[in-house]
Design a protein around this ligand. Structure first.
Ligand SMILES: Nc1nc2c(c(=O)[nH]1)N[C@H]1C(S)=C(S)[C@@H](COP(=O)(O)OP(=O)(O)OC[C@H]3O[C@@H](n4cnc5c(N)ncnc54)[C@H](O)[C@@H]3O)O[C@H]1N2
Ligand code: MOO
Length: 413
């Protein structure tokens, strides 16, 4: 049956719409701050006090009144404030206080000049000429970063190191996070043998299941690799039934979805009552990808599925583009999108227009990223894919690239 292919942009929009109507995950757990990297926040993080709680010096030097320092008159050094201390008395006009980075600026003073810009004479100090200092220089005012009670990390945020640091600063030794979605992985193909087995000449090892398990884990899911499915209708039905038994939050299938005589995955999904969101996208690799949802027989709960093309690079590309955002949303993070970046192409390329392409490429990721395609033998060439570190995006109307052409890349790590 010939179906109209969606463009990549249309498919991405469908995914976005689908994510928008998914319910927020119900199950949460408390996890130590030391173990939350990559998890999705199920609570709000609010500042427990003004940040900084006091006017904070950002330099080692002398706290003063800018107006006093700018006269270059020697200022009496009235005391010292180290980080963790409060000045022992209120500062008076004409005074300077020796101060360390991170220490509270004494009341009454409004600037800090750096020790490198000072001249110490006995118990006085003056700022070196011709330097001038402005009020507020080298001081972060109390509450400038966040006010007591202010929302600093919203629910649904995927927790990276910067969020963990801020949660620590706000006094959260543990956080409530969403349970990680369970992702059932079903690879199909009579030619597949397990990694530890020695394949016959016509057989290949199942590389998609471990690859997808790694992708699922890095996208915030719990992978559940199920046994390889044979290319028979009955085997597909049985494999789906046992996958449903595991109550997965998401189902990833690979292989058996194109036009071949033994491609049974889609039929199995349809027999199980699947609603198809889209089938086929005008892209390469990944054209045969099918996305939809299927009811769990026990509860009728609809479980999203993505039937990814069996070719390994097609599976990987469609995972990054379509599966990762759905998985993130099921885990409570509805803001996840494929990550694209700008780069310049490093050499010449000519090709046929028609499909949006996502081709294995190597980017140097320097200040001015330069990217080049990795030569490949099509979407089964894992050796080429392993030499890549991104996918170069070629819009459907792109026919040539030159050194310096502006291009987009899809980040795959
Ligand atoms: N007549 C047509 N043939 C094909 C079309 C088409 O439109 N018309 N589409 C091609 C495209 S594009 C792709 S991609 C593949 C996708 O096919 P399937 O999803 O049905 O996948 P399979 O046929 O089962 O396998 C394709 C390829 O990938 C290898 N494979 C499969 N599973 C794994 C695995 N778990 N680990 C490693 N490698 C795997 C398999 O051996 C095949 O070489 O169809 C094209 N054909
Ligand atoms: O997804 Mo297919 O690569 O276009 O072989």
């Amino acid at each position: 049956m010939a179906e109209t292919l969606l463009s990549y942009a249309e498919a991405a929009e469908e995914i976005c719409r689908y994510i928008g109507q998914l319910p927020s995950p119900a199950v949460t757990e408390a996890v130590s701050l030391l173990d939350v990297a990559g998890r999705v926040l199920a609570q709000e993080i609010r500042a427990d006090r003004d940040q900084p709680p006091f006017p904070r010096s950002t330099r080692d030097g002398f706290a003063c009144r800018a107006a006093d320092a700018n006269t270059y008159q020697p200022l009496h050094v009235a005391g010292q404030v180290r980080a963790g201390e409060i000045a022992s008395s209120k500062a008076r006009p004409g005074e300077a206080w020796e101060i360390m980075t991170g220490a509270p600026v004494p009341d009454g003073l409004d600037a800090v000049f750096m020790v490198e810009h000072s001249e110490r004479i006995g118990n006085t100090v003056r700022m070196r000429e011709p330097r001038q200092i402005a009020e507020g220089e080298n001081i972060v005012p109390a509450g400038a970063e966040a006010r007591t009670g202010e929302l600093v990390i919203p629910r649904g945020t995927r927790l990276e190191a910067q969020h963990i640091a801020l949660a620590a600063q706000c006094g959260y030794p543990e956080l409530t996070v969403f349970r990680m979605p369970v992702v059932a992985i079903l690879s199909s193909g009579d030619e597949l043998v397990a990694v530890a087995e020695t394949p016959a000449l016509s057989q290949i090892r199942n590389s998609n299941s471990p690859m997808l398990a790694a992708l699922v884990a890095s996208a915030g899911g719990q992978p559940l690799i199920l046994p390889v499915v044979r290319d028979e209708e009955a085997a597909v039905d049985a494999a789906l039934a046992s996958a449903f038994h595991q109550h997965p939050d998401l189902l990833l299938l690979t292989g058996g979805i194109s036009a071949g005589r033994f491609d049974f995955s889609r039929g199995g999904l349809e027999r199980a009552g699947a609603r198809i969101l889209f089938a086929g996208v005008a892209m390469q690799p990944g054209k045969p990808v099918v996305v939809g949802e299927v009811p769990l027989p026990q509860s009728g709960r609809m479980v999203p599925f993505l039937a990814l093309p069996g070719n390994p690079i097609s599976s990987a590309a469609t995972f990054h583009l379509f599966a990762a955002p759905v998985l993130a949303a099921l885990g409570g993070n509805t803001a996840a999108v494929p990550r694209f970046a700008a780069a310049h192409y490093a050499s010449e390329w000519r090709g046929k227009p028609g499909l949006t392409r996502f081709l294995p490429a190597r980017c140097d990721f320097s200040l001015n990223p330069q990217v080049e395609l990795v030569p490949w033998h099509g979407s089964g060439d894992l050796a080429a894919y392993a030499r890549s570190n991104c996918l170069l995006v070629l819009p459907s109307d792109c026919e040539e690239l030159h050194p310096g052409s502006e291009v987009s890349i899809l980040l795959t790590a």
